[in-house]
Design a binder for this molecule. Sequence first.
Ligand code: UT7
Length: 316
Amino acid sequence: MKAVPIGLGVALPKKCLQNADLPHELNTSDEWIIQRTGIRQRYLAEGEETTASLATEAARKALADARVSPQDVDLIIVGTVTGDYTFPSTASMVQKNLGVTRGVAFDVSAACSGFVFALDIADFYIRQQRANTALVIGAETFSRILDWTDRTTSILFGDGAGALLLRAQDETNRGVDFCRIYSDGRFSEYLMTTGGISTTGNAGFVVMSGREVFRFAIEKFCEALNELLAANDMKINDVDLLVPHQANIRIIHKLIEISGIDEKKVVINVDKYANTSAASIPLALNDAREAFFSGGNTVLLSMGAGFTWGSALIRL
Ligand code: UT7
């Protein structure tokens, strides 16, 4: 049994903030941000827009894309670290919003690797025949855990959501072929929040040792890509579409340089959305949806707080 992607949907908040419109007190510039990160703008949730509302919109679009009824869904996994409530899970909120009353829904906490972690788990459930129709969602509202006086973090992130609908199919070569997820808690302090429910009693703000995260991201992207290629008897030229987590254009350029992949095969959209954490990979997949659904080997690469990292190979 294999997990085959049959629908994809995304959602963005209405408000789009250009670099030039960031608060003056941050003492930053459009030029610095573009040169050092590639980011030009980001979408920010306002008012009633939340992680669950964005996730629900993305899920509805994925279902409509595949012409599948919400009643068919029996697994919902949301990768997020910015859920609406401490509990219930954001996945439970999505389940309620969609009117789904069966199966199971839960969140996965792996920061920017959340989507790949969720995909790996959904793939496992489908292979084990424990689920038939799964929504794998990455959704975040990082703007709500940013310190808007800290120019080293606040300029980097944006909000959004993306959902991939998977269906179990027998006797097919298509679908999720390979997934690996990893973490190494020794590096947890390099990228974290200043608080949490059991420590400060509030969510805290994002703090990051940018240079260490930068170095680690390149190292783990390359390691994960090499492992995936070797395990599937592939060369870099066999990859038709590469979708790395979108944190910094310089990290992606380094990955292109080291791996030798044709850069036309690599999705880059960090300029439009900034770093949307778990939403970044499905947003990027959607920007390349024609190439993704038209067939070939798509590789996903993630890296995030924890540290966490992972890879996936999807053949369509
Ligand atoms: O999604 C999880 C993964 N996250 C990431 O992958 C993020 C990885 N890290 C990065 O993307 C980069 O390290 C940053 C974009 C965060 C920082 O870029 P950098 O080239 O590593 O800059 P830096 O931290 O070494 O800072 C260089 C200078 C410093 O000034 P001095 O000390 O040289 O005078 C900073 O104070 O740039 C200054 N700076 C800024 N200047 C204007 C830092 N942030 C800003 C800013 N505007 N927003």
